[in-house]
Design a protein around this ligand. Structure first.
Ligand SMILES: Nc1nc2c(ncn2[C@@H]2O[C@H](COP(=O)(O)OP(=O)(O)OP(=O)(O)O)[C@@H](O)[C@H]2O)c(=O)[nH]1
Ligand SMILES: [Mg+2]
Length: 296
């Protein structure tokens, strides 16, 4: 059995989580068009007859604006030292810039771990674009063990990528049972679904300003569980936007989230969402700890 840990790292929004979800064929990590969607390290496990791939999806590495951002970037950088292979995901549709170079430098600092580059989003690129991007990577980011070209959204070349990176894994133990595809606890799956629906339905600073917490779960007489969930925002104005005109927005978020949660739990539930203001929560360590973003 070959097995090992593979970090997916890169700038925000390059498609790390989309790729991981495709590989494990389950929606493990939430995905959105907004940068800084992923906040935690999330494992996605793929077990084949002779190989166990343990992917570690990480928050996009960026210049932090607050303690939460600092924690997110640190989480991603710390992961680099704990894996057998580093996969730097690059958005093939965007120019290689400062953000990518910053990620590349952090990979360099992590020591001699093998590293490969993935040019992602090739569904939107011509062959000529892809060749140019390979040259740009070599010029601006230096050498990788290999460069793969894939589309995580449509699964293009993903099998070749999986076959190709097998050589970096070691003979060893199977770390997880073969039917396990993530190590995320159920409460986290549920709060992340709620966060995803907020990301999809709101704009500008709102997506970054929310934290989600399950406050309690009570069984109703008909046997269905009722989840009470708090949505924390930083300002009254944000609370107003999430609730929306006559509560319409909150209702929409609630319906969308409930449907997804019911699918995951394979049973019907009730979902009550409550919006609360927690001033500057992203800068407050005790609150970040409470939300599970800082573990120490
Ligand atoms: N065209 C195209 N779009 C993609 C592909 N992969 C991801 N995307 C889009 O890119 C955006 C970001 O995807 P995510 O998977 O959330 O990116 P991420 O790197 O995990 O982002 P962070 O968690 O913020 O660091 C979404 O709008 C995706 O639909 C791809 O292969 N092709
Ligand atoms: Mg992500």
């Amino acid at each position: 059995m070959r097995s090992g840990f593979i970090a997916l790292v890169g700038r925000p929004n390059v498609g790390k989580s989309t790729l991981m979800n495709w590989i494990v064929k389950e929606k493990v990590a939430i995905v959105s068009s907004k940068a800084q969607t992923t906040r935690d390290r999330i494992k996605g496990i793929l077990t084949k007859t002779d190989t166990q791939y343990i992917f570690v999806d990480t928050p996009g590495i960026h210049k932090p604006q607050h303690l939460l951002g600092e924690y997110m970037t640190k989480t991603a950088i710390d992961t680099l030292k704990e894996v057998d292979l580093i996969v730097m995901v690059i958005d093939g549709k965007a120019e290689i810039g400062k953000g990518d170079k910053f990620v590349r430098e952090r990979i360099e600092e992590a020591g001699g771990t093998p590293r490969v580059a993935v040019i992602n989003k090739i569904d939107d690129l011509t062959d000529e674009d892809i060749e140019k991007k390979k040259i740009e990577i070599k010029e601006k980011l230096g050498k990788f063990n290999e460069i793969y070209t894939i589309s995580g959204e449509y699964g293009i070349n993903v099998d070749e990528f999986l076959k190709g990176i097998k050589k970096y894994l070691e003979d060893g133990v199977m770390y997880y049972p073969e039917d396990m595809y993530t190590d995320m606890p159920m409460y986290k799956v549920i709060t992340e679904i709620v966060r995803e629906k907020i990301l999809w339905n709101t704009r500008e600073e709102i997506p970054h300003s929310v934290a989600i917490e399950i406050t309690d779960v009570k069984r109703r007489e008909n046997g269905k569980d009722c989840y009470n969930i708090n949505i924390y925002v930083e300002r009254d104005s944000q609370k107003g936007i999430i609730i929306g005109n006559k509560g319409k927005m909150l209702k929409k978020i609630g319906i969308e989230a409930r449907k997804d949660i019911e699918q995951v739990l394979e049973r019907g539930i009730y979902l009550n969402l409550w919006v609360k203001v927690k001033d500057k929560w992203r800068k407050k360590k005790p609150f970040l700890k409470e939300m599970g973003y800082i573990i120490e």
